[in-house]
Design a protein around this ligand. Structure first.
Ligand code: ARG
Length: 471
């Protein structure tokens, strides 16, 4: 809670008429949301301008009054932008929320006329309208940041298109792939994340303005025109739904959680891959730290924080789902808790994406990894036998036995002699050796989506075409 000003100036509340006593100062602190929702100020002002415009069209406000109101609203926006301490002071003075702040600032500027601005309008529709505008703006920012990360991934894929790296399943060596293929796998995850953001945008992009506190608006406002003025694609259809719908925030938080999961999985790879035991990558000094005691250390703090913060993103989603799940129909004050989760999640994931982008851009791939002694071409040998007509399951068994043999004599598969091979299958001939190379294993995966270098080159070309077309 913000600091308690024991001498709160009891400014007129938006709802004070039926009250005879002032609020307890501690409750004023408990109840306020200005310290969080001040970030909606430009959006609330934008919505208030559209609403008063609509009021002027039904002659509640004259042209002159409208002009005066809009001028004052512009001034409030400019003054608070230039002097954020005005908000600090208002929080200290116990102003309830951003909507109250705008209305009281209007009163300070233009007196009585300010009281007309909210004719027929409730904060319930106001908060949803301003939040929707904020969310729309930030979905675009998230899309932009994610695209930058995708570009960094594609650049690394291009640079390391044929550099070999082990592919792991169960974190055990599985089959060789290329770094090009690896980076494109994350490109695909973020592509889905962008598609999800664009999808949720459709459900955010509808205006609740003109829905009142719960039952609707009786002033014959042109809701569609108001929505259009605000840049919304459509309007919310039902007033009871409008004032308590927070699905669009929950959906965004779910999308953010999933972005966090993808970032965290990448981070986990980088943490493991940069350890001396794996020694596959080196994190740049830009995003690593040292130890205060052990001079030799280079720690992947950036990646660890991303893994850590991803957990908190899930927390914001669960927090809001839990807040909403038990609410009776209509607006309830519990909903005020939505914005803290929303703002923290968007801020945090934005920083996570930015830091990951820098990490990807500055990452060094160790190019000289030698997998000659790995058994990771065993599947190639099973395929070889299957091509000779042995049913795959049998071929698999034979190669299993060969693997056990190779392990027992500390050899790689390609180091076995033809004589040794033929103890296990007469089908194995001299032509087996070329297929037991890492290169051959990689470049045989030519079906679309496989790791063959030519495939990855094609995928990159397609992605670059999409990028050029602004997709
Ligand atoms: N600060 C409130 C919120 O964020 C605004 C809506 C207040 N409405 C009300 N009926 N008290 O939800």
């Amino acid at each position: 809670m913000a600091e308690v000003n024991e001498n709160i100036q009891h400014r007129q509340k938006l709802w004070g008429g039926r009250f005879t006593e002032e609020n307890n100062p501690l409750f004023v602190r408990f109840n306020e949301s200005l310290s969080v929702d001040y970030r909606l100020l430009p959006h609330d002002i934008k919505a208030t301008k559209a609403f008063t415009q609509a009021l002027s069209e039904i002659a509640v406000l004259s042209e002159k009054e409208l002009h005066k109101l809009h001028q004052a609203l512009d001034e409030i926006e400019k003054e608070t932008r230039e002097n954020p301490s005005l908000i600090q002071q208002a929080i200290y003075d116990g102003v309830e929320d951003v909507h109250t702040f705008v209305e009281q600032s209007l009163v300070d500027k233009i007196g009585e006329l300010a009281y007309k601005a909210n004719t027929g309008r409730s904060r319930n529709e106001q908060v949803s309208c301003a939040t929707r505008l904020w969310v729309l703006e930030h979905i675009d920012i998230l899309l932009h940041l994610t695209k930058a990360l995708q570009n960094a991934l594609v650049e690394q894929a291009q640079e390391n298109i044929d550099v070999v790296v082990m592919g792991y399943t169960h974190l055990q060596q599985a089959q060789p792939i290329t770094w090009g293929h690896y980076f494109l796998s994350f490109y695909e995850m973020f592509k889905r994340d962008c598609a999800r953001l664009l999808d949720v945008k459709k459900r955010v992009n509808i205006s609740p303005l003109g829905m009142g506190a719960i039952a609707g608006n009786s002033w014959n406002l042109d809701r569609k025109k108001m929505a259009e003025n605000l840049g919304f694609a459509d309007i919310v259809q039902n007033s009871l739904d409008a004032v308590s719908d927070r699905d669009y925030i929950i959906e965004l938080l779910a999308n953010i959680s999933l972005i966090g999961v993808h970032l965290s999985r990448f981070a986990e790879d980088m943490i493991i891959y940069s350890s001396s035991e794996f020694n596959l990558v080196e994190m740049s000094d830009l995003v690593a730290t040292g130890s205060s005691l052990m001079p030799q250390k280079k720690n992947p703090d950036a990646m660890e924080l991303i893994r850590g913060k991803a957990g908190r993103l899930n927390g914001y989603l669960i927090a809001l789902l839990t807040t909403v799940k038990g609410l009776p129909s209509g607006y309830n004050k519990d909903l005020q808790e939505d914005k803290e989760a929303l703002f923290l999640a968007v801020d945090s994931v934005s920083n996570m994406i930015k830091v990951t982008t820098i990490t990807v851009q500055s990452l060094t791939i160790k190019r000289n990894k030698n997998y000659d002694h790995s058994l990771c071409v065993a599947t190639e040998l099973a395929d070889y036998l299957a091509r000779k007509g042995i049913p795959f399951r049998k071929a698999h068994h034979i190669v299993g036995q060969l693997t056990a043999y190779a392990l027992a004599c500390s050899k790689s598969l390609s180091q076995l002699s033809l004589g040794e091979f033929r103890q296990f299958s007469a089908e194995i001939k001299e032509d087996v050796y070329p297929i037991l190379t890492i290169d051959s294993a990689i470049n045989s995966k030519t079906a679309i989506g496989g790791t063959a270098v030519a495939n990855v080159a094609l995928a990159i070309a397609e992605i670059n075409r999409d990028i050029e077309n602004g997709m």
